[in-house]
Ligand binder design. Structure first.
Ligand code: MGD
Ligand code: MGD
Ligand code: MO
Length: 762
């Protein structure tokens, strides 16, 4: 059995750079901890290479001209996590009831290792017991067939391949619903909605080569050192060329400050560091709209003055004229915005915004990179639209080195949407699917994540199938959600490791173990490859070569195919078995549904760097309602969606350097100086004093949403930190219990995890 966690907490400032010797030391701890055998380490060398496997961690692009080792500390942790030699077997489940396991920490559950057998929950003993695959599929089918399809949810987490995702979405539609929430609903849906409306594509417009052509980067709310570390190489090269990087983040994240390349022997030996950000603005959580309004206001003022003085224009008026719509309204709002309000909402001095605007105004090609710090707010979509506004003002979309660059989360989360994992009819070629498969596809919008949560709580959702992920841990309102989960008629969880969602059974419950992407996947036609799409719309093949964790595992396509055969009437136009026997035939079907994107799919999948899906906005073709790129006038300056009040704080729920979402690798958030605990509450020293608290005091947080519901998180250690006043930071997912299900981004329904209204209880 793996060792349970028992370190002593220690919180001290971390002085080193991101990367560097710290990341090497971190790896030296990880591999022995997971007991990964030395021969498996060769898998690391194949990570993110054209004939290798695509990392199961983040979605950052994999370059065509790869480095000798194309992985980072986090990617290596993710690989070790999947290749661990620990196993969670039927003998383990014979020893522990679910009631007991619910008392375990996330870390201890997953650290027990890979699931080995299909399992059925036995209510009499409160334990999982091994079962046969056929038995599992038959009973799941028997429960699902008579249910109203509208009451069934098919969740997926963004790691699932294009092949399995396509089958899964099709299965749901043939069954009769589009209840296809995925992790994107909690993540970049604000991007998908905001960019689609603004520039006609739901994704970023840039590619890796743009890093070589930009002269400035605006960087909002993404923690690159922990969550997309391979991007540090691109940022470092850009810095070496003199590119200015202007960062907006409430916390001083180490990856955004300094980086030593752990793969560069000279940098390592000399402890050389590259400073990443040239300006660092500790904006208030939810203050980005205000900050960007301030920059826009300077641009307009300087533009007006330049025109008066007969000097070159500051705004790209030719571009605005030819390519955009809504500029007059927007610019009127910019002129009308009050400096006092901007400075107050952003929490930044006017001179700081002026500095940022100066660099932006003189740069010819600017990328705007962003993450959850923008999308996970009540006004998350407006945050994204404001980024576009800024870019449009100077024609920074659709030219080399410029454009919006959302940093996607899971390794195939963007690709899932491309092949039909969505609750929205307009995003799927329904007529095409109907013609291809001879059925009538549902037109009624399906349930997204927030709506699925409501449905579980109010009892209208009767069955939940999860293709990966840890839904119940990742969503808001975890208290009532856990309580309501046991009312489900059916809970099916397809997973690689045990997590907290699996400990809440429905009336019928199955835990189905699957192959991971790094493992060999042999089907009737031989070893298979799968495909994924990265953050820059490049599609890559992934070939697993490691020995599967257990001989009882099925692949995700095989599990989806078997489920589909159970719940759907036989249909001569879909041969699920043939698809499972040879994934190339699934890719042919995908190509038939999406002929433009997936032209010659099977011929192109091994192209180094992936093959690019194309992007109309990057050609300045705007597939929007007006046929132009749209300016949006923001409705206000704050993104939080709630008013400030005495004693009310804005809680940002954060990832540590030692986790992948709900998977906790360990208890060291090295860059933030936290060791041995996750029960940390980051807080400004002046706020600590003003609240009459002391460093290291243990406090609770309570929801301050004003909806009369008590939500509480106990046992947090007050930790003085460099963070704006009025803001707090603490770790996700342990703080999700504090988030109301109704606290989400307007339009996109992304839970507003970066500004949760809370109060402190001493
Ligand atoms: N190792 C590792 N890699 C990962 C993940 C992981 O958990 N671990 N998760 C993956 C997934 S699914 C995703 S979506 C991405 C997540 O990657 P990120 O987008 O980096 O998400 P978070 O870690 O939640 O951090 C968001 C950052 O935004 C800042 N922030 C918070 N509020 C605001 C605000 O109002 N304004 C601004 N400007 N900044 C703000 C925080 O200080 C933090 O630095 O990473 C992916 N990659
Ligand atoms: N408060 C707060 N809440 C958040 C966020 C936040 O920043 N703050 N972030 C949100 C974001 S951005 C996201 S993306 C979601 C994440 O939500 P999810 O994607 O649902 O969660 P993960 O933690 O990534 O899922 C981990 C589980 O996936 C399973 N798994 C791993 N690999 C595989 C595989 O290859 N196949 C299968 N079938 N299963 C596998 C394992 O059993 C593991 O326990 O959380 C969201 N929730
Ligand atoms: Mo995500």
């Amino acid at each position: 059995m793996a060792k349970q966690h028992s370190d002593k907490p220690e919180i001290t400032p971390f002085e080193g750079p991101a990367g560097g010797w710290g990341s090497v030391r971190s790896l030296a701890e990880i591999f022995p901890r997971e007991r990964v055998p030395p021969e498996t380490l060769r898998e690391l060398v194949r990570q993110n290479k054209p004939d290798g496997f695509q990392c199961v961690s983040c979605a950052w692009p994999k370059p065509a001209n790869h480095h000798p080792v194309e992985f980072c500390e986090e990617g290596a942790k993710a690989t070790a996590w999947e290749l661990t030699t620990y196993r969670t077997t039927p003998e383990f489940f014979a020893k522990h009831t679910l009631a007991e396991l619910r008392g375990w920490k996330d870390y201890d559950l997953e650290q027990h290792g890979r699931l080995t057998h299909p399992l059925r929950y036995d209510a009499a003993t409160d334990k999982y017991v091994a079962c046969a695959w056929d038995e599992a599929f038959a009973e799941i089918g028997a429960v699902l067939r008579p249910l109203d399809p509208k009451s069934v949810v098919f969740y997926s987490s963004g790691r699932t391949s294009l092949e399995a995702s396509y089958m899964y979405g099709l299965m749901a539609r043939m069954y009769g619903n589009q209840n296809l929430p995925d992790s994107s609903n909690m993540c970049h849906e604000s991007t998908s909605v905001g960019l689609k409306a603004a520039i006609g594509v739901p994704v970023g417009t840039t590619r890796l080569e743009d890093f070589e052509q930009c002269d400035a980067i605006l960087f909002f709310g993404q923690n690159v050192g922990s969550n997309a570390p391979r991007m540090l190489h691109d940022l470092r090269s850009a810095r070496k060329r003199g590119v200015e990087i202007i960062t907006f983040n409430p916390l001083r994240e180490r990856g955004l400050e300094r980086f030593t390349d752990p793969q560069n022997p000279i940098e390592m030996a000399t402890r050389a560091e590259t400073n990443i950000s040239t300006q660092y603005h500790q904006v208030k959580a939810g203050g980005d709209i205000a900050a960007m309004m301030g920059i826009a206001k300077f641009l307009v003022e300087w533009h007006d003055a330049a025109i008066l003085a007969g000097q070159p224009a500051v705004l790209d008026t030719a571009f605005i004229e030819a390519h955009t719509h809504g500029f007059e309204d927007f610019v009127a709002a910019v002129r009308a915005a009050d400096w006092g309000a901007i400075v107050h909402e952003a929490g930044l001095a006017k001179t700081a915004l002026e500095e940022a605007a100066r660099v932006y105004a003189k740069s010819k090609a600017v990328m705007a990179i962003y993450g959850m710090g923008l999308t996970q707010h009540v006004k998350g979509v407006e945050n994204v639209r404001m980024v576009v506004n800024l870019l449009l003002m100077r024609g920074n979309i659709g030219k080399p080195g410029a454009g919006p660059t959302p940093v996607r989360g899971h390794s195939n989360v963007q690709g899932q949407r491309t092949v039909g994992i969505t609750e929205k009819t307009e995003l799927v070629p329904v007529e095409k699917l109907e013609a291809q498969y001879g059925f009538t596809a549902p037109r009624e919008k399906g349930l997204d994540t927030v709506e699925s949560c409501r449905g579980v709580i109010d009892g209208s959702v009767k069955a939940f199938v999860a293709l990966g992920g840890n839904f119940l841990r990742a969503v808001p309102e975890t208290g009532p959600m856990e309580a309501a989960w046991t009312n489900l008629d059916l809970s099916v969880q397809i997973a690689t490791k045990l997590n907290r969602n699996h400990l809440f059974p429905g009336k019928v419950t199955y835990l189905l173990p699957c192959l991971g992407r790094i493992e060999t996947d042999v089907q009737a036609s031989g070893p298979q490859v799968v495909t994924v799409e990265d953050s820059t719309s490049c599609i890559h093949a992934s070939r697993g070569k490691a020995t599967p964790a257990s001989k009882h595992l099925l692949s995700e396509p095989a599990i989806v195919g078997a489920l589909a055969k159970q719940i759907l009437p036989a249909n001569p136009k879909v041969d699920w078995d043939a698809w499972v026997a040879d994934y190339a035939t699934i890719r042919d079907a995908i190509e038939q549904t999406y002929p433009l994107v997936f032209r010659d799919f099977n011929a192109r999948l091994f192209q180094p760097g992936g093959f690019w899906k194309g992007n109309k906005a990057s050609e300045r073709i705007w597939q929007t309602e007006s046929g132009k790129a749209e300016f949006l006038t923001p409705t206000g300056l704050s993104a939080t969606g709630f008013a400030d009040a005495d004693g009310r704080f804005r809680l940002m729920t954060l990832r540590s350097n030692d986790q992948f979402n709900t998977t906790i690798y360990g208890y060291h958030d090295r860059f933030r100086g936290v060791k041995g605990t996750r029960d940390v509450l980051f807080m400004h020293a002046a706020d600590i004093a003003a609240a009459g608290l002391k460093e290291n005091q243990i406090v609770a947080l309570e929801s301050d949403a004003g909806d009369g519901i008590t939500r509480r998180r106990e046992g947090l250690i007050v930790t003085p930190y460099s963070i704006p006043r009025g803001c707090l930071g603490a770790y996700y997912p342990e703080c999700n219990v504090l988030m109301p299900v109704e606290h989400f981004a307007e339009e996109s329904h992304v839970p507003a995890a970066k500004s949760v209204p809370v109060k402190i209880v001493a």
